[in-house]
Write a protein that binds this ligand. Structure first.
Ligand SMILES: [Zn+2]
Length: 93
């Protein structure tokens, strides 16, 4: 199973609007800036295609990645996901 499929199986809904259709994995810090975080769950969010497109339009270019806020509830959720994905990673390799 690919990394993005696994994430979408763990969270089969959009983080922003709750839609379950057309889900994509969004990178909070764009992979162009941090290619090493491409498969880091803490840098990923599940968004539907329309929310992902909207976010790209809003954040393109300007805000430095580490200036963005990290809400603690979300951080906790991501930590939890990270644990599950790491535990689950054994069968992939
Ligand atoms: Zn959405």
């Amino acid at each position: 199973m690919t990394f993005s499929k696994r994430l979408r199986r763990l969270q089969p809904w959009c983080s922003k609007c709750g839609s379950v259709n057309d889900l994509t994995v969004d990178h909070i810090i764009p992979v162009v800036h941090r290619p090493d975080l491409e498969f880091d769950v803490s840098n990923c969010d599940v968004l539907c295609r329309s929310c992902n497109g909207r976010k790209d339009a809003l954040t393109r270019g300007d805000t430095p990645p580490d200036a963005r806020p990290h809400p603690s509830a979300k951080a906790q959720k991501l930590l939890h996901l990270q644990m599950i994905v790491n535990k689950d990673a054994g069968d992939a390799s």
